[in-house]
Ligand binder design. Structure first.
Ligand SMILES: [Zn+2]
Length: 317
């Protein structure tokens, strides 16, 4: 993913003569207060964060996992092995890239609900292509998103869903092959969004939640201006119910990621991403992106907030 050129730091600076007010919401961007969301009295979600962390370690052990590589194929098989008995489909095609043709495969697991409509929870599983011949293993960038989706599948499996259907999507070909641009990036989701537009699936998607780089021990989920404001509001309220709101939305930036092809087609989207991985994002796309920088607690926070968000969306009009 890429930080937009329009990125800025804080929402607004406090004027020197303006004392902070003693209300609980002064630090919030105003648009987060616009959408009233019904309070959720349901059970608090609790993913198994140690199991999710174990998945990250096993995924990283395959080595670099760029599209077209044998390690990528091994990871595909690993994901399928963890979805045995689930309703699984794929969206496989050949992508044209600046380095030639590559096989790309989005993997989709469907958990049907009682309510008409779909909530998509997505995250990419491929790793950076230009770093394929280095020690780069993408523990956070690629590993954490793959693992959190596997753990969310564990939480959904075997339970009756009294709400929207949930489709988990392990997206592929998120990373650029040469240099990030509109054409050289997001190969998998561009294909999937186009396919779902043609077969009319898109109009049935109530929300598209994306997780990317969510394992950083120092977790600060950015507020992405390309995402949908009302959905950010729901996510923030979900985080607040769980007591995790201090990890959310301190910084506002524009992020280019797998949600864009869906944003462009009018689907409500929210990118859950911490793009400050190491001071000044120094671990991002370097061989320093290893499991020792991650924390099960961060996986817990993001996994639980996603599930709480789903519970809230289930109840919304
Ligand atoms: Zn990346």
């Amino acid at each position: 993913m890429l930080l937009g050129m329009s990125a800025c730091a804080r929402d607004k600076a406090v004027k020197a003569d303006d004392q902070p007010k003693a209300t609980s919401t002064t630090y919030l961007p105003t648009s987060l207060d616009e959408q009233p969301v019904p309070a959720d009295a349901g059970p608090l979600p609790a993913i198994d964060a140690n199991r999710a962390m174990q998945y990250v370690k096993e995924i990283v052990a395959f080595g670099p996992r760029p599209i077209g590589s044998p390690n990528h194929k091994k990871l595909e098989e690993y994901i399928y092995a963890h979805l045995k008995g689930d309703q699984v489909e794929d969206d496989a095609f050949t992508a044209d890239t600046p380095e030639g043709k590559f096989p790309v495969r989005n993997i989709i697991a469907k958990f049907p609900g009682t309510r008409d409509g779909i909530i998509v929870i997505a995250g990419h599983y491929d790793t950076n292509y230009p770093l394929r011949n280095t020690a780069y293993v993408g523990a956070n960038d690629g590993g954490s998103s793959t693992a959190i989706l596997l753990e969310i599948a564990n939480q959904l499996r075997g339970k009756k869903r009294d709400g929207y259907s949930i489709w988990l999507v392990w997206t592929d070909g998120e990373e650029a092959i040469k240099r990030w641009s509109a054409s050289d990036s997001l190969y998998g989701t561009k294909h999937l969004a186009e396919k779902w537009e043609k077969d009319k699936t898109l109009k049935n998607i109530k929300a598209f939640l994306l997780a990317d780089m969510i394992g950083d021990a120092d977790l600060n989920i950015d507020r992405d201006t390309n995402s949908t404001p009302w959905l950010a509001s729901v996510v923030y309220q979900a985080a607040t119910r769980l007591g995790y709101q201090s990890h959310f939305f301190a910084r506002t930036i524009a992020i280019e990621d797998d949600h864009l092809p869906f944003v462009q087609r009018g689907v409500p989207c929210l990118d859950l991403i911490d793009l400050d991985y190491g001071y000044g994002n120094v671990f991002h796309h370097t061989p320093q992106d290893t499991t020792d920088k991650l924390s099960p607690k961060s996986l817990q926070i993001v996994g639980d907030v996603i599930l709480e968000t789903v519970q809230m969306l289930d109840k919304m009009k």
